[in-house]
Write a protein that binds this ligand. Structure first.
Ligand code: ZN
Length: 81
């Protein structure tokens, strides 16, 4: 008999994250001018929250990263704390 060595058994399981995208739900598009919306996807230390924690779709996660960088460049969001 073969031993069961599937990779999914050893992979750590993180916290359960809901799959709905905040920007899709609110029918919004990430925009550097609305930096109050962007700040919810930035940690207190100024990092952009990853896909797993933010739960955004691919399209909005990409545009979020772009808009956060724009907002940082102008000085609306801090680079680091
Ligand atoms: Zn989305």
């Amino acid at each position: 008999m073969k031993k069961k060595t599937s990779r999914s058994d050893t992979r750590p399981t993180g916290p359960v994250v809901k799959k709905s995208c905040w920007f899709c739900d609110n029918k919004k598009i990430p925009n550097y001018k609305e930096y109050a919306d962007l700040e919810r996807f930035v940690t207190t230390r100024g990092k952009i929250v990853g896909r797993k924690r933010s739960g955004l779709c691919a399209r909005h996660q990409r545009s979020l990263a772009r808009e956060v960088k724009r907002a940082r460049h102008i000085g609306l969001i801090a680079f680091s704390q």
